[in-house]
Design a binder for this molecule. Sequence first.
Ligand code: ADP
Ligand code: MG
Length: 599
Amino acid sequence: MKLQESPHRIHVLSPATVNQIAAGEVVERHASVVKEIVENAIDAGARSIRIEITSASGAIGSIRVTDDGYGMSAADALLAFTPHATSKIATIEDLHTVRTLGFRGEALASIAAVAKVILVSKPRDSGAAAGIRIVIAGGAVQETAEVGAPEGTSVEVGDLFFNTPARKRFQKSLNTEITRIHAIMEGICLAHPGISFRLFHNKAEQLVTDHTSQALDTIARLYGSETANTLIPVESALPFMAISGYISRPSLSRKDTRRIFVAVNGRYVSSILVTNAAKEGYATLLPKDRFPVAFLDLEIDTALVDVNVHPTKKQVRLSREKEIAQAVRDAISTALMIHDLIPDVKKPARLPAQEPTLTGVQETTRSYDLTGPEPTGVSEPTHAGTALSDRRLRQTELVTGLLPVSPAIPPMEVIGQFGGIYILATTGSGELMLIDQHAAHERILYEQVTRRSGAEHRSQELIVPAILHRSPKDAAILRELMPALAEEGVVIEDFGSDAFVVRAIPVVLGKFEGNRIIDDLVSDLVTSEPARTVTDREKITRILACRGAIKAGTVCTQEQCQRIVNQLRFTKNPFTCPHGRPTMIRFSRADLDAMFKRT
Ligand code: ADP
Ligand code: MG
């Protein structure tokens, strides 16, 4: 019999590499078999995966997983059952960048050692007429044959622990085993909305998800669309990680953390760090002993994620834990705050037509804001720094004023400023708003910079070009960033010997007030970390917005505060600064009454 030849993509890891991989048992029960073979199917790039469980007289009989992944050649399929044979890593260094769920090369070998396995596989796009079928039991190959097969792989595991009776006795009731399989499948489905999964038990459908790009579809499939519809989206990006997902409103809470799902780079994990941070994001919105429902998808620079901690990889070790936890807390508290605000403005818009007055009020307010605000309160005397802020504020106003954005937050009237940092304002519905003036202005500038098209003026030439000297290391970084900087209006020329001439700066930075701002800008750029999730342009835009924004500690007149608030309303995302920090916090009358114990 001639087996189909194909390149050996699978190889056996060297003993040195094996020794550095977290060792231990991965096959403890049926649910672990399901996890391992389903993860192999995911790693094989499957778009749809079918899991069929059979049981008889109170015990699981067999587990079969069928995928439409890239499959295996005959030679590879045989090698796959050898201990430490894998196609996913070659050396231990590969673990720094590994994106596959598996890499130990142990699962198939350990499963085949304690069960009877039938594997059928045919490589994708190979043009081969036949696939291979391998039967292996207790670690010994019993049969190999060419068979007609679709592209992809199917692995059937039966008689689990037939040769280890002690283990077999240790298995829990059928119900418990099925519940465990269900729980594992939920986590896997949530971490892979792009794959369609179908789980059957004795031919009865247990769980189904469709291939989708929207995680919310998968959540709806698993927990019902009613639950899904009440969830709030979470979204946040930092240089080394991105968070996305959905969380419950405070009204939907649980007494345990079992509905906090965390995926790190597509791996469903249990992470106390992230779970705690999620809970902390709710701050006082949840009682101490209640936990939210959350589906969080963390994309973290693989260099910061150590997956080689535990043989089943249920846990991962994260570097920069503090920052990651902070990012999760911030993302959640911001999402809750945003969500809390939106209904206040949407309500009037959704009112039926028989209430024209309300709509009318909104319209007038909007056009008032678009044509530019008139000073409302009495202007305060000018303080140090005010002149500069004023120019910057007017500068941004020109642009934002033209943008036809329908505001997501209600009109606000400024009533004062606190500590040179916070603007106090009220809304028409009698809420008190605290606005961080720097964060708010940063958001305004950020959107202004990103929205402008190339044709527009964004640069101002310096009458006296500024000279910069940098260390050789910084100079090298700066040289690399020069093209991206030029696109954002920072025109720098290399003068040789690590000196640079700054010829023009972006308009958003305001009037050129000396080398300081350029120096700061360049320092920010060379010290900001190598961003993997953010482009150079994005990095520069954020720094420009931050440097251009009026500083915390700048005393502003009421009129200036009002301008910031008005401009903020017309940004696309008025709720956070470009780094994801909140721009405003809302206190309703009820919140305040509760704090003062007035009921
Ligand atoms: P690991 O997943 O850690 O590499 P396994 O023992 O689970 O180790 O699998 C061994 C190898 O067999 C994998 O590296 C992969 O190349 C191949 N393999 C296993 N299952 C599949 C599958 N469903 N489709 C394609 N290849 C597979
Ligand atoms: Mg595997």
